[in-house]
Every structure is written in C-alpha cells, then in structure tokens.
Design a protein around this ligand. Structure first.
Ligand code: ZN
Length: 265
C-alpha cells in the first residue's frame, strides 16, 4: 500500500481545474471573480480552500465529470460574449487554471510536495495535462485581449518563473495573484525578487489560505524581511525577499486598486 493515499472524500473533481471561476457579476462590480481569494481586502465571503478547489469553477461544476468533448473550457467560443462583457464592464477575472505541476505526477514518494497536498493530486484522472491546461489559458488570453485575467497561484508556474515571465511578456492582459505560493518564491529568493521587481505592476497579493494573523505574518516575513531558513508548508525552507516599497506597494494595493477600478476611492 502506498504511503501516499488518496483521500477520496476530499479529492477535487478534475474538471474544476479546467475552467476559472466566473462569479463576477454586475451586481458585485468591484468583486474580483475568484477561485482563490485574491487579496483579503478584495474578497467577499469565505469559502475555505478545499471547497474552493472542489467548486472553484463557475463554468463546469458538479459531482460527476462530463466526457472530455462536452467540457466547457474558457477559450470556448460559446463564452466569447461573456469574456467580452467582462472587458466592457472592466471586470477583472480571477482564473484558476491547472494547479501545481506535481499534481500530475504519481502520488508516490518522489512527489515534490508533502503528502498533505495529496488532496489535489490528479494523476491518472481523465483530465487534460498540465501543459494542455496552460495552453487553454494562453489561447483564452489571446482570444480576449481586452479582458483582464488574474491567474491564481502565479499561474501555477511559480516553479518556473523564467517561463512565467515570458508568458507575461506575451500577454499584456495577464496578471497574477501570489496566493498559496509562498513556498515557490521562498525557495528561490534571489530570482523571485528580480521577477517581482520586473513584474511589479502585474502581480497582486492574494490568498486562499485561512485569513488570520499567522498567515499575514508569514507573508510579511517572507516579503519584507531577510530572515533565513524559515519553515513553510513543504519540506524545504524559505528565505526572506526583503522587497522594497516600490514592489510592495503595487503588489499589496496599487495593482488591485487599478484593476478593480478603485482608484477614485
Ligand atoms: Zn487555489
């Protein structure tokens, strides 16, 4: 028996990862549609991480999985008008595409992340590959250049910031939230600092973790101190980035204000 066992009751339906949350409505014009919580200050309501991952998709949701050719992806022509309307209303869309790439690896001892992340493992499921999902994301960005998409969890490419930078360069309508990816930036503090400096206008602070003091203090230590060898949710240690105010201000507040059209507030 594998030491890494799937806990079926908590396993998210695979197709939830194939589409993003689309809960932005004119009724809540300043609410970023989200599957994670993009910025505690932006969030309305609290759903909890597991529920977010199971039910994160407003497009394709449910207990049973539709056949592949029946699933609705964000780049589907049937959604064109929806994304266009978001652009027209200046509603940014928080899109959760894919998940950490380790989810597509066998749930065995060679997994990069700790067993506690088994809930999100997708190996062997009838779902698109990690690469296919990112390709859907990129096609959506190209198809809707006027719509602003804020991709959760550093677009799930926090493990490869060099490639992620190229994606940002290619798609000016793409923004990122950094929710639940402290363990990605904390293990590559020098490159992550350069990345955040370069793309400081494209990344917003966000979280889909529990909103409490401990969570904020952990982010503060990571972003604002140069503390070393800090523990985190994985087996590796984090190193503080010591970010300057010129990066912190847009990430904490400025970008969100601009994206959410809150500048006059
Ligand atoms: Zn998430």
């Amino acid at each position: 028996m594998s030491w890494w066992r799937r806990t079926s009751s908590r396993t998210p339906a695979g197709f939830n990862f194939t589409a993003g949350s689309t809960r932005a409505t004119p009724k809540h014009p300043t609410t970023l549609a989200r599957s994670g919580r993009t910025g505690a200050l932006l969030s309305k309501g609290s759903t909890g991480r597991r529920r977010d991952h199971r039910q994160g998709s407003g497009l394709a949701r449910g207990g049973s999985q539709a056949p592949r050719d029946k699933r609705l992806h964000p780049d589907d022509a049937r959604l064109d008008q929806f994304w266009q309307k978001c652009a027209e209303l200046k509603l940014p869309v928080n899109l959760h595409m894919a998940d950490h790439p380790s989810c597509w690896r066998p749930p065995d001892r060679r997994q990069e992340r700790l067993p506690r992340f088994q809930n999100f493992n997708q190996f062997g499921r009838d779902i698109p590959s990690f690469e296919e999902l990112l390709a859907i994301r990129d096609r959506t960005l190209v198809r809707h250049p006027k719509t602003v998409f804020v991709c959760c969890h550093l677009g799930n490419q926090g493990n490869d910031l060099a490639t992620l930078g190229k994606v940002l360069d290619k798609h000016p309508n793409l923004y990122l939230d950094i929710s639940a990816r402290a363990y990605e930036v904390g293990r590559q503090p020098r490159f992550a600092t350069k990345f955040l400096q370069r793309y400081k206008d494209r990344v917003v602070f966000g979280t889909d973790q529990s909103i409490n003091q401990k969570m904020y203090i952990a982010w503060w230590r990571l972003f604002e101190t140069e503390d070393e060898f800090m523990s985190g949710p994985n087996w590796w240690r984090h190193y503080g980035l010591g970010l300057p105010d010129t990066v912190l201000e847009p990430m904490y507040r400025g970008n969100a204000k601009r994206l959410m059209n809150w500048e006059k507030l």
